[in-house]
Write a protein that binds this ligand. Sequence first.
Ligand SMILES: Nc1ncnc2c1ncn2[C@@H]1O[C@H](COP(=O)(O)OP(=O)(O)OP(=O)(O)O)[C@@H](O)[C@H]1O
Ligand SMILES: *[C@@H]1O[C@H](CO)[C@@H](O)[C@H](O)[C@H]1NC(C)=O
Ligand SMILES: *[C@@H]1O[C@H](CO)[C@@H](O)[C@H](O)[C@H]1NC(C)=O
Length: 258
Amino acid sequence: MAAAGPTEVVVVGSCMTDLVSLTTRLPKAGETIHGHKFFVGFGGKGANQCIQAARLGAKTLMICKVGKDSFGNDYIENFKRNGISTEFVGQTEDAATGTASIIVNSEVKTLFNPAPAHAELDPQFYTHADIFCCNESEAEILTGIPVGSPEDAGKVGLMLLERGCKLVIVTLGAEGCVMISVAEPIPKHVPAGKVRAVDTTGAGDSFVGALAFFMACYPNLSMEEVIRRSNFIASVSVQASGTQSSYPYRKDLPQDLF
Ligand SMILES: Nc1ncnc2c1ncn2[C@@H]1O[C@H](COP(=O)(O)OP(=O)(O)OP(=O)(O)O)[C@@H](O)[C@H]1O
Ligand SMILES: *[C@@H]1O[C@H](CO)[C@@H](O)[C@H](O)[C@H]1NC(C)=O
Ligand SMILES: *[C@@H]1O[C@H](CO)[C@@H](O)[C@H](O)[C@H]1NC(C)=O
Protein backbone atom coordinates (compact mmCIF):
# COMPACT_ATOMS: atom_id res chain seq x y z
CA MET A 1 0.00 0.00 0.00
CA ALA A 2 3.06 2.30 -0.14
CA ALA A 3 2.30 5.60 -1.87
CA ALA A 4 4.34 6.23 -5.01
CA GLY A 5 6.79 9.10 -5.54
CA PRO A 6 9.13 11.00 -3.25
CA THR A 7 8.87 10.90 0.54
CA GLU A 8 6.34 13.45 1.79
CA VAL A 9 6.48 12.99 5.56
CA VAL A 10 9.59 12.10 7.57
CA VAL A 11 9.11 11.39 11.26
CA VAL A 12 11.94 11.41 13.80
CA GLY A 13 10.64 10.11 17.08
CA SER A 14 9.93 7.35 19.48
CA CYS A 15 8.78 3.86 18.66
CA MET A 16 7.61 1.76 21.60
CA THR A 17 5.96 -1.56 22.08
CA ASP A 18 2.92 -1.25 24.36
CA LEU A 19 2.36 -4.15 26.73
CA VAL A 20 -1.27 -3.66 27.70
CA SER A 21 -2.96 -5.43 30.58
CA LEU A 22 -6.68 -4.93 31.14
CA THR A 23 -7.66 -5.14 34.79
CA THR A 24 -10.70 -4.06 36.78
CA ARG A 25 -8.60 -1.68 38.89
CA LEU A 26 -5.01 -0.55 39.33
CA PRO A 27 -2.85 -2.54 41.76
CA LYS A 28 -1.66 -0.81 44.91
CA ALA A 29 2.12 -0.57 45.40
CA GLY A 30 3.54 -4.09 45.58
CA GLU A 31 0.15 -5.77 45.09
CA THR A 32 -0.45 -8.56 42.55
CA ILE A 33 -3.87 -8.60 40.88
CA HIS A 34 -5.48 -10.66 38.10
CA GLY A 35 -5.99 -9.12 34.70
CA HIS A 36 -8.56 -10.36 32.19
CA LYS A 37 -6.80 -9.50 28.96
CA PHE A 38 -3.30 -8.82 27.72
CA PHE A 39 -2.12 -7.62 24.35
CA VAL A 40 0.94 -6.19 22.70
CA GLY A 41 0.36 -2.98 20.74
CA PHE A 42 2.44 -0.66 18.67
CA GLY A 43 2.94 2.79 20.18
CA GLY A 44 5.41 5.62 20.68
CA LYS A 45 4.44 9.14 19.73
CA GLY A 46 6.65 9.43 16.66
CA ALA A 47 5.61 6.05 15.26
CA ASN A 48 1.91 6.74 15.94
CA GLN A 49 2.07 10.00 14.00
CA CYS A 50 3.88 8.29 11.12
CA ILE A 51 1.29 5.49 10.99
CA GLN A 52 -1.60 7.98 10.85
CA ALA A 53 0.05 9.98 8.05
CA ALA A 54 0.78 6.74 6.11
CA ARG A 55 -2.78 5.45 6.49
CA LEU A 56 -4.08 8.68 5.00
CA GLY A 57 -1.91 8.10 1.95
CA ALA A 58 1.31 10.08 2.53
CA LYS A 59 4.61 8.55 1.41
CA THR A 60 6.34 8.25 4.79
CA LEU A 61 9.74 7.45 6.23
CA MET A 62 10.46 6.75 9.89
CA ILE A 63 13.74 7.54 11.62
CA CYS A 64 14.11 5.76 14.96
CA LYS A 65 15.98 2.97 16.67
CA VAL A 66 14.49 -0.21 18.06
CA GLY A 67 16.05 -3.04 20.02
CA LYS A 68 17.65 -6.09 18.45
CA ASP A 69 14.88 -8.32 19.72
CA SER A 70 11.52 -9.78 18.72
CA PHE A 71 9.63 -6.56 19.61
CA GLY A 72 11.97 -4.57 17.40
CA ASN A 73 11.58 -7.08 14.55
CA ASP A 74 7.80 -7.00 14.94
CA TYR A 75 7.77 -3.21 14.89
CA ILE A 76 9.73 -3.09 11.67
CA GLU A 77 7.17 -5.51 10.19
CA ASN A 78 4.39 -3.19 11.44
CA PHE A 79 5.98 -0.23 9.65
CA LYS A 80 6.29 -2.28 6.45
CA ARG A 81 2.67 -3.45 6.64
CA ASN A 82 1.65 0.22 6.77
CA GLY A 83 3.80 1.07 3.76
CA ILE A 84 6.37 3.08 5.76
CA SER A 85 9.99 3.14 4.63
CA THR A 86 12.22 1.45 7.25
CA GLU A 87 15.53 2.25 5.62
CA PHE A 88 16.42 4.44 8.63
CA VAL A 89 15.00 2.30 11.40
CA GLY A 90 18.09 1.10 13.25
CA GLN A 91 18.36 -1.86 15.62
CA THR A 92 20.56 -1.75 18.71
CA GLU A 93 21.21 -3.62 21.94
CA ASP A 94 20.45 -0.37 23.87
CA ALA A 95 16.91 0.70 24.75
CA ALA A 96 15.56 3.66 22.81
CA THR A 97 14.02 6.56 24.71
CA GLY A 98 11.43 8.83 23.13
CA THR A 99 11.71 12.43 24.26
CA ALA A 100 10.31 14.51 21.44
CA SER A 101 9.25 14.14 17.85
CA ILE A 102 9.94 16.26 14.83
CA ILE A 103 8.12 15.79 11.54
CA VAL A 104 9.64 17.10 8.36
CA ASN A 105 7.90 17.14 4.99
CA SER A 106 9.43 17.48 1.57
CA GLU A 107 9.30 21.30 1.73
CA VAL A 108 11.32 21.06 4.96
CA LYS A 109 8.54 22.39 6.98
CA THR A 110 9.12 21.39 10.57
CA LEU A 111 6.34 20.41 12.92
CA PHE A 112 7.43 20.10 16.52
CA ASN A 113 5.46 18.26 19.19
CA PRO A 114 7.11 18.80 22.63
CA ALA A 115 6.19 15.46 24.16
CA PRO A 116 6.94 14.69 26.86
CA ALA A 117 7.33 18.38 27.73
CA HIS A 118 10.07 19.87 29.91
CA ALA A 119 9.82 23.39 31.30
CA GLU A 120 13.46 24.02 30.32
CA LEU A 121 12.96 23.16 26.63
CA ASP A 122 15.89 24.39 24.54
CA PRO A 123 14.67 27.80 23.24
CA GLN A 124 15.86 26.90 19.72
CA PHE A 125 12.91 24.53 19.42
CA TYR A 126 10.56 27.53 19.52
CA THR A 127 12.39 29.44 16.83
CA HIS A 128 13.20 26.55 14.49
CA ALA A 129 9.77 24.94 14.28
CA ASP A 130 7.41 26.13 11.56
CA ILE A 131 4.54 24.70 13.58
CA PHE A 132 4.62 24.15 17.31
CA CYS A 133 1.82 21.81 18.40
CA CYS A 134 1.17 20.92 22.03
CA ASN A 135 -1.70 19.76 24.22
CA GLU A 136 -3.13 21.37 27.35
CA SER A 137 -0.73 19.82 29.85
CA GLU A 138 2.34 20.39 27.68
CA ALA A 139 1.22 24.01 27.25
CA GLU A 140 1.04 24.44 31.02
CA ILE A 141 4.45 22.84 31.62
CA LEU A 142 6.04 25.15 29.04
CA THR A 143 4.35 28.41 30.07
CA GLY A 144 3.05 27.93 33.61
CA ILE A 145 -0.47 28.88 32.43
CA PRO A 146 -3.09 26.23 33.29
CA VAL A 147 -5.14 25.55 30.16
CA GLY A 148 -8.81 24.73 30.61
CA SER A 149 -10.45 26.73 27.84
CA PRO A 150 -9.87 28.15 24.37
CA GLU A 151 -9.22 31.54 26.03
CA ASP A 152 -6.38 30.07 28.13
CA ALA A 153 -5.00 28.35 25.05
CA GLY A 154 -4.96 31.73 23.28
CA LYS A 155 -2.87 33.21 26.12
CA VAL A 156 -0.41 30.30 25.87
CA GLY A 157 -0.25 30.76 22.11
CA LEU A 158 0.61 34.45 22.46
CA MET A 159 3.35 33.62 24.97
CA LEU A 160 4.83 30.99 22.64
CA LEU A 161 4.78 33.50 19.76
CA GLU A 162 6.82 35.83 22.00
CA ARG A 163 9.32 32.98 22.44
CA GLY A 164 9.80 32.87 18.67
CA CYS A 165 7.22 30.36 17.41
CA LYS A 166 5.78 31.12 13.97
CA LEU A 167 2.54 29.21 14.39
CA VAL A 168 1.21 27.55 17.53
CA ILE A 169 -1.53 24.94 17.83
CA VAL A 170 -2.83 23.95 21.27
CA THR A 171 -5.05 20.86 21.19
CA LEU A 172 -7.97 20.83 23.62
CA GLY A 173 -9.43 17.31 23.44
CA ALA A 174 -13.17 17.42 22.70
CA GLU A 175 -12.90 21.21 22.28
CA GLY A 176 -10.69 20.80 19.19
CA CYS A 177 -7.83 23.28 19.18
CA VAL A 178 -6.69 26.88 19.13
CA MET A 179 -4.26 28.24 16.55
CA ILE A 180 -2.36 31.50 16.48
CA SER A 181 0.38 32.72 14.16
CA VAL A 182 2.79 35.58 13.66
CA ALA A 183 0.90 36.40 10.46
CA GLU A 184 -2.40 36.53 12.37
CA PRO A 185 -1.70 37.00 16.09
CA ILE A 186 -5.36 36.64 17.14
CA PRO A 187 -6.23 33.25 18.69
CA LYS A 188 -8.61 31.23 16.54
CA HIS A 189 -10.65 28.40 18.04
CA VAL A 190 -11.22 25.51 15.62
CA PRO A 191 -13.78 23.25 17.33
CA ALA A 192 -13.95 19.46 16.85
CA GLY A 193 -17.21 17.77 15.91
CA LYS A 194 -19.36 16.23 18.66
CA VAL A 195 -18.72 12.49 18.76
CA ARG A 196 -19.21 9.65 21.23
CA ALA A 197 -15.67 9.13 22.54
CA VAL A 198 -14.80 5.53 23.42
CA ASP A 199 -11.05 5.82 23.97
CA THR A 200 -9.08 9.04 23.51
CA THR A 201 -5.65 7.39 23.89
CA GLY A 202 -3.42 8.47 21.03
CA ALA A 203 -5.81 11.16 19.74
CA GLY A 204 -3.02 13.74 19.93
CA ASP A 205 -0.73 11.64 17.74
CA SER A 206 -3.54 10.96 15.27
CA PHE A 207 -4.04 14.73 15.08
CA VAL A 208 -0.32 15.47 14.54
CA GLY A 209 -0.02 12.68 11.96
CA ALA A 210 -3.01 14.03 10.05
CA LEU A 211 -1.59 17.55 10.27
CA ALA A 212 1.69 16.35 8.72
CA PHE A 213 -0.24 14.51 6.00
CA PHE A 214 -2.34 17.50 4.99
CA MET A 215 0.57 19.96 5.12
CA ALA A 216 2.70 17.67 2.95
CA CYS A 217 0.07 16.47 0.49
CA TYR A 218 -2.25 19.51 0.34
CA PRO A 219 0.14 22.45 0.65
CA ASN A 220 -2.46 24.86 -0.73
CA LEU A 221 -4.98 24.36 2.07
CA SER A 222 -5.20 27.14 4.64
CA MET A 223 -3.89 26.17 8.08
CA GLU A 224 -7.39 26.54 9.47
CA GLU A 225 -8.71 24.02 6.95
CA VAL A 226 -5.77 21.67 7.67
CA ILE A 227 -6.65 21.85 11.37
CA ARG A 228 -10.37 21.34 10.71
CA ARG A 229 -9.65 18.14 8.74
CA SER A 230 -7.09 16.92 11.29
CA ASN A 231 -9.66 17.47 14.07
CA PHE A 232 -12.06 15.32 12.09
CA ILE A 233 -9.55 12.48 11.71
CA ALA A 234 -8.53 12.58 15.38
CA SER A 235 -12.21 12.60 16.36
CA VAL A 236 -12.69 9.41 14.32
CA SER A 237 -9.79 7.83 16.26
CA VAL A 238 -11.47 8.47 19.63
CA GLN A 239 -14.52 6.47 18.54
CA ALA A 240 -12.63 3.14 18.58
CA SER A 241 -10.40 1.65 21.30
CA GLY A 242 -6.63 1.41 21.26
CA THR A 243 -3.98 3.69 19.80
CA GLN A 244 -2.86 2.72 16.29
CA SER A 245 -5.73 0.21 16.07
CA SER A 246 -8.14 3.19 16.14
CA TYR A 247 -6.41 5.19 13.40
CA PRO A 248 -8.55 5.38 10.28
CA TYR A 249 -7.43 4.51 6.76
CA ARG A 250 -8.13 6.90 3.92
CA LYS A 251 -10.52 4.43 2.25
CA ASP A 252 -12.76 4.44 5.34
CA LEU A 253 -13.01 8.23 5.61
CA PRO A 254 -15.37 10.65 3.83
CA GLN A 255 -13.71 11.27 0.48
CA ASP A 256 -14.36 15.02 0.59
CA LEU A 257 -11.46 15.19 3.11
CA PHE A 258 -9.04 14.41 0.27
N1 LIG B 1 -13.77 13.67 22.84
C1 LIG B 1 -13.35 14.11 21.65
N2 LIG B 1 -14.23 14.43 20.68
C2 LIG B 1 -13.82 14.88 19.48
N3 LIG B 1 -12.53 15.05 19.15
C3 LIG B 1 -11.60 14.76 20.07
C4 LIG B 1 -11.95 14.27 21.37
N4 LIG B 1 -10.80 14.08 22.06
C5 LIG B 1 -9.79 14.41 21.23
N5 LIG B 1 -10.26 14.83 20.03
C6 LIG B 1 -9.46 15.27 18.87
O1 LIG B 1 -8.10 14.90 19.09
C7 LIG B 1 -7.26 16.06 19.15
C8 LIG B 1 -6.17 15.84 20.17
O2 LIG B 1 -6.77 15.56 21.43
P1 LIG B 1 -6.05 15.95 22.81
O3 LIG B 1 -5.94 17.42 22.92
O4 LIG B 1 -6.77 15.22 23.88
O5 LIG B 1 -4.59 15.38 22.55
P2 LIG B 1 -3.62 14.66 23.61
O6 LIG B 1 -3.91 15.19 24.95
O7 LIG B 1 -2.23 14.82 23.11
O8 LIG B 1 -4.13 13.17 23.47
P3 LIG B 1 -3.46 11.85 24.02
O9 LIG B 1 -2.37 12.24 24.97
O10 LIG B 1 -4.62 11.13 24.64
O11 LIG B 1 -2.99 11.19 22.78
C9 LIG B 1 -8.19 17.20 19.48
O12 LIG B 1 -7.64 18.43 19.04
C10 LIG B 1 -9.45 16.79 18.73
O13 LIG B 1 -9.30 17.08 17.35
C1 LIG C 1 -0.59 15.65 26.73
O1 LIG C 1 0.44 14.84 26.23
C2 LIG C 1 1.22 14.23 27.24
C3 LIG C 1 2.41 13.56 26.56
O2 LIG C 1 3.37 14.57 26.39
C4 LIG C 1 0.36 13.26 28.02
O3 LIG C 1 1.12 12.65 29.04
C5 LIG C 1 -0.79 14.04 28.63
O4 LIG C 1 -1.67 13.16 29.29
C6 LIG C 1 -1.55 14.81 27.57
N1 LIG C 1 -2.49 15.73 28.20
C7 LIG C 1 -3.81 15.64 28.07
C8 LIG C 1 -4.62 16.73 28.70
O5 LIG C 1 -4.35 14.74 27.44
C1 LIG D 1 -1.25 25.36 -5.42
O1 LIG D 1 -1.12 26.74 -5.66
C2 LIG D 1 -0.15 27.03 -6.65
C3 LIG D 1 0.05 28.53 -6.67
O2 LIG D 1 -1.16 29.20 -6.56
C4 LIG D 1 -0.62 26.46 -7.99
O3 LIG D 1 0.34 26.74 -8.99
C5 LIG D 1 -0.76 24.94 -7.83
O4 LIG D 1 -1.29 24.39 -9.01
C6 LIG D 1 -1.67 24.60 -6.67
N1 LIG D 1 -1.61 23.16 -6.42
C7 LIG D 1 -2.67 22.41 -6.19
C8 LIG D 1 -2.41 20.97 -5.91
O5 LIG D 1 -3.80 22.86 -6.18
